[in-house]
Design a protein around this ligand. Sequence first.
Ligand code: ZN
Length: 398
Amino acid sequence: MPELPEVETIRRTLASRIAGRTIQTVEVYEPRLVQDMPAGSRTLPRDECRERPEGRDEGGGLSRGGDENGWPRGDREGYESLSGAEHDHDRQSEDPDEGGRSPQNEDVARVWSEHLTRVLAGKRLAEPGRRGKYLLLPVEGGPWQLVVHLRMTGQLLVLSESEWVQKPSHRSLLIRLDQGLVCGLFDVRKFARLYLVRAGDPDSYPAGLRRLGPEPMEPEWTLAGWRRALAGRRTPIKSLLLNQEVVAGVGNIYADEALWRARVHPAWPAGMLNPQQAQAVRRAVRRVLREGLAAGGTTIRDYVAADGSQGDYAAQLHVYGRTGQPCSRCGTPIACIQLAGRSAHFCPRCQPAAWDTAGGAMEAAAGAEVASPEDASPEDGKADRMPADGMTEVAGWR
Ligand SMILES: [Zn+2]
C-alpha cells in the first residue's frame, strides 16, 4: 500500500504535470471507486435530479440504493447488493478486471461520470495536496476537491491520449485534461477510493480523512502529543503506528522499519514505552519517512509515481519483507509475526520482547538512537531502564 513517502512522491510528480490544466471530462470506469462517497458530495439541486437515469427496480440497483434525490448513496447500505456481487466475483476469478461489469454497475459508473463532469468540467486543477495517505486534487477557485485514496494497488498516472489508449486494463477513473493529457487511475484490486468534497468543509470529507492524526513530518506531531497518544495504551506499538488517527501516513513498511531503527519490539504495549523509547520511535518514524521520500518511495510490486517511475527505497529496507534474512546490524534472522492481522517484521535480537529477557532487553531496546546521533551504533547508547513498576506491568501484561 502506498504510504506517506509514496503518496507524497505521487503528489510531487503530479504537480508539475496537472496543476493549471483544465478538466474536460471525468469518467468513472469502476463503480466501487465511488461507493463510499460521503453525503456532502451529493449536492445537486433537486431539479437536476430528473435528468438522471432512472434506477432499476430489479436486482437492488440504483433506485433502491438511491437517496431521497435518487442519487446513489455514498454509504454501505446503498451499495450493499453491488458490493456483494463483486465480492462473489472476486472469489471466483483471479482476474478482478473481469469483475463489476454488470449493467447496474455500468449505470452507477455512468451516473457518477456525468455528475463529476458536470461539477468539474471547465475548472482548472490547482496544486495537488496530500494529507496522510490521501491525495487531494483541488480546483482553482474552489470549492470542489477530488480526494483519492489509492489503498493497496491504485496507480495514478499522467499520460498522453495515445498512452491511455494503449493501457486498457484495470482502468478505474479517467480525468481528461486539456492539451491532450489524461490523468488515469488504474487499480488491479479495485480498492482505491474517490471522493468529491468541498475543500475546508470537513463534513463533506470521508471519515478517514476527517479523523486523521498529525502529519508526522510536520511540527504538529509533537513529542508531547506523541507521548499522550501512547499513554496508557496496551495496543502493540506497531498497531498504534498504523492507526491513522494517532499519526497520519505510516503503513506497514515504514512502521516495521522505524521500530527496527528504534530497537523496539513491534508487539510492545504502546503505553509501556519509556520516554526514551517513545522519542526514539518518533525520531525513527521521521527518519524512515524522510529516507523513503528521498528515494522516491518503496516499490515492492505495484507502486509507481505519476510519471510511471518506481521508488528505490526497497533496496534500503532492513526488516520489511526480509523474513529469515540476516539482520544488517547483528546477523540474526529477521522474524515475522502477526499483529492484529498485519505482518510485523523485526530482529529478535535488536528488538527483544522485554517480557522475555527482563532488564537486559529493556536496556538494549531503549536503544542508541535516543541519547546519541541517529547513526550511532547501539553500543553508544546510554539506555535508560524502564522504572521498576513499569517492568512489573510488562510482566503482568504477558
Ligand atoms: Zn539485529
